[in-house]
Design a binder for this molecule. Sequence first.
Ligand SMILES: [Ca+2]
Ligand SMILES: [Ca+2]
Length: 203
Amino acid sequence: MHKYDKIMGGAGIGIFLVCVIMTVALGGTVTAGDGTPDDKGDEIDWTKYELKSNQITKSDYANENTDYDIEITIPEENIKSVTATLNWKDEPDERRIIRTLQNRPDSFGLDVAGPSNQSASASPATNTRDANGGTGSVTCVVDLDPDTDPYLNGTGKWVFTVKCGNCDDKFPRIGIIGENDPGNDWDLVIDYEYYVKKTSEGE
Ligand SMILES: [Ca+2]
Ligand SMILES: [Ca+2]
């Protein structure tokens, strides 16, 4: 809506790359089990399968202290893992004629709920402090343990909850009169892996 929207738009690709790098630096990675099943006798020989992957991305804006659910249906069978990474970049400092308002960090967390009661959660983390807009990232990983074909525990509706926490405001170095930071843009990147039986020899 405002100035920063234009800045964000123009720098979108750069921001995304920066955020990916920041994943390593900030990492709130949480791994959770899949709440799965019983063993069913003979193990599947997954070497006869190809491990494929797919990526889904979603971007939007969240108001502070608000949860935002994203429902994604994964149609494939034999899901091996689902990894969701939430990246964000706070708005840059606001430079005015006689002073600069420093934007203090925002906070985001992430919850994941799978179709067979799988769950994972990343505690809220704050972005770095940067005059050009600090970046942050949290990640949730759900590892499944497919043991049959078809294995359907990861197939169906997944819910990813972007949890926008406190978005700290913009303040001058000296003085207390600042400006509200009402929320933030975010990008959610969902990567999942699944086994597909090789169709013929050599393929
Ligand atoms: Ca802020
Ligand atoms: Ca913000």
